[in-house]
Design a protein around this ligand. Structure first.
Ligand code: IPE
Ligand code: IPE
Ligand code: MG
Length: 253
């Protein structure tokens, strides 16, 4: 990367960045175009941000692509968006392999049409040996769905005797989430000027640094991503402790 305008410490990058990719529809409508045109251009930003995250050695990138609530949009948009997402993932498999990127999907895949689900599962299988960036697509995902599913599984395990109720703690609970094998994000970015979480990783975001930008997703490019990381690196993460404690810990490590 030439003329690096950002002050980024490569030793202190977030391990996991999560993104709510929002604003595709408004981006298109502002130009008098169909909302699907916005989603199509949003795919270009996905490519660019995935490439940038891989280049910088970020280990986990979660992209919120379709929420459980998005199934309630007009059928035309749901069909167009689902088709676009699944087609893109399928087409990108060779590039993912070339860049050592492993694809993961979190969400209720049972709600997807059968062929879309099988396309996704084969893309996941085809990249499972890659050891670079973990790209986690949140598709048909909602956090309340995920938490309720976890509770159901826990109840079943308690009932069958494989788990004792008194042994349930946050560490055990997290193994029942769809994100069990990923660390919690250190940074969550939401584009398009909305200040809400929209049912995304409610449990996992407990101590995540939140970054909101007015830039809509189709306009969100590498420089915006790096700007978010730079901003994140200026923050002091205290986890309930005092600023003084954090400074002392830093000096002694
Ligand atoms: C984000 O853009 C993509 C999805 C939520 C699927 P939107 O489609 O929500 O765009 P806006 O927020 O209506 O502009
Ligand atoms: C959140 O965006 C979901 C995704 C980005 C996939 P929405 O556009 O659906 O969120 P709300 O409805 O404005 O909260
Ligand atoms: Mg939106």
């Amino acid at each position: 990367m030439s003329a690096q305008p950002f002050q980024i410490n490569k030793e202190a990058l977030p391990v996991h960045v999560a993104v709510i990719m929002d604003g595709n529809g408004r981006w298109a409508q502002e130009q008098g175009k169909d909302r699907l045109f916005g989603h199509l251009n949003g795919v270009e930003s996905v490519r660019e941000i995935v490439e940038c995250a891989a280049e910088w050695g970020i280990k986990y990138l979660t992209l919120y692509a379709f929420s459980t609530e998005n199934w309630d949009r007009p059928q035309y948009e749901v069909d167009g968006l689902m088709g676009l997402l699944v087609d893109t993932i399928k087409k990108e498999v060779p590039t993912l392999n070339k860049n050592n990127i492993r694809l993961n999907v979190i969400g209720d895949l049972e709600m997807l049409p059968a062929n879309a689900k099988s396309e996704l599962l084969s893309a996941i299988a085809e990249t499972e040996k890659n050891s670079g960036l973990n790209l986690i697509m949140a598709l048909s995902y909602s956090s309340r769905w995920e938490i309720v599913e976890a509770v159901k599984k826990i109840a079943t395990d308690v009932q069958s005797g494989s788990l004792k109720a008194e042994n349930i703690n946050p560490a055990v609970f997290q193994t029942y989430l769809t994100t069990a094998s990923f660390p919690d994000p250190e940074l969550m970015i939401r584009t398009s000027g909305e200040f809400r979480i929209s049912n995304f990783l409610l449990y996992q975001l407990a101590y995540t640094e939140l970054y909101f930008t007015p830039v809509t997703w189709p306009d969100f490019k590498k420089e915006h991503f790096l700007q978010a990381i730079e901003d994140y690196q200026k923050r002091e993460r205290r986890f309930g402790k005092t600023g003084q404690q954090i400074k002392t810990e830093k000096q002694t490590t």
